[in-house]
Design a protein around this ligand. Structure first.
Ligand code: MAN
Length: 348
């Protein structure tokens, strides 16, 4: 395992006010990250749920078409409640037990949070009624492009928005339809194209795997190709892109998540791995980590809403080191500092 040169817990649910007084924040996690004028801007997933409890009933929140949080109370009887993240109805379809939106946090040193603003990026369409999640942010041509998951009765899809200032956002709509998430954009045009990693969902033939797509305008994506599935036990349950790739002399460095195969109804341990992609032809994997580079080990990674999860979503380069921002136990946001050289040396 790689040495953690620095590690910090950045944000916990108690650091953030809920959208409504009768809601509670249960997660401030999976933060997208980008360097902006020497600061780090984090796009934090804030998950909240109704605070009220009623015996025999489960409150399920969603954003209604007027962009208000509303609560559907459903009878607990007959529901599968084993996974804390969602309930499964007798017909096999699910709802989430919490609903997420994105808030902006700022850090001047990358290791401590200076401020977190009020709700700034909430669902605005039916595609996000069950929440928007897990933002990744890439600077392209002076603008910041944000890819994120939208969850609704129509499935989970990957959407795109952009901003110049993290105050006003332009929403570009769904770019990868259901089931798809973990979309990230490369920070440069490659051979004249925008390039994205994305993650179509489970097939009966394989666990979820990473794909690559190209576009001339960031909106219409095609020329899809399979990039990588999990080849080691720690990533055998699923893999998906983490932060946007970063350019190194040896190739594009992509940090990804992987989980092991879990038992029925369970979640495997989520770890961080890395791969190196060809600079000119990023659909070619040159090297990858045989072992995870980031494993849950602190209390806040091992225990939480879903314990045993590190989920990398942002990376900021600081000379010889990388600040890797990630969700810890589906509850908190945290950062570790790793040596760039050690990460590259871990790839074989
Ligand atoms: C999975 C997890 C949850 C997330 C849902 C919907 O169950 O990643 O955190 O809310 O998918 O995206």
């Amino acid at each position: 395992m790689l040495q953690r040169l620095n590690q910090r817990l950045l944000l916990r649910p108690e650091d953030v006010e809920p959208t409504r007084d009768d809601f509670e924040v249960i997660g401030t996690f999976n933060p997208g990250a980008v360097a902006v004028n020497g600061d780090v801007v984090l796009l934090v997933r804030v998950a909240e749920r109704p605070a009220e409890r009623r015996d025999g009933w489960v409150p399920l929140a969603r954003w209604d078409p007027n962009e208000q949080l509303t609560v559907d109370w459903v009878e607990a009887e007959g529901l599968d409640l084993r996974d804390p993240r969602g309930v499964v109805f007798p017909d096999g379809f699910s709802r989430l037990t919490s609903v997420s939106h994105i808030r902006v946090a700022r850090s001047s040193d990358g290791l401590t949070i200076d401020e977190i603003s009020g709700p700034v990026f909430a669902p605005s369409t039916e595609w996000g009624e069950y929440g928007i999640e897990d933002a990744r942010v890439t600077k392209l041509g002076g603008r910041y492009y944000i890819t994120y998951a939208t969850v609704s009765r129509h499935g989970v899809s990957a959407a795109l928005a952009s901003t110049a200032d993290f105050v006003e956002y332009t929403r570009h709509g769904v770019v990868f339809p259901p089931e798809n998430k973990d979309a990230v954009l490369f920070p440069e045009l490659i051979q004249g194209d925008y390039v994205a990693l994305h993650r179509p969902a489970t097939s009966t033939f394989s666990p979820p795997q990473m794909w690559l797509a190209r576009s001339e305008d960031l909106i219409d994506w095609g020329r899809h190709q399979h990039l990588a599935g999990g080849i080691h036990a720690w990533e055998g349950g699923r893999v998906g892109a983490g932060p946007p790739p970063i350019r190194t002399d040896e190739g594009w460095l992509e940090i990804h998540h992987g989980s092991g195969r879990a038992g029925p109804g369970g979640t495997g341990v989520y770890t961080g791995g890395a791969m190196l992609l060809d600079l000119e032809d990023p659909g070619r994997v040159l090297r990858r980590s045989a072992h995870p580079i980031l494993v849950p080990e602190t209390d806040y990674e091992l225990q939480g809403f879903v314990g045993g999860v590190v989920f990398p979503t942002g990376v900021v380069e600081t000379g010889e080191t990388l600040l890797i921002y990630y969700g810890a136990a589906d509850t908190a946001s945290a950062v570790v500092e790793l040596s760039r050289r050690e990460v590259l040396e871990a790839l074989e």
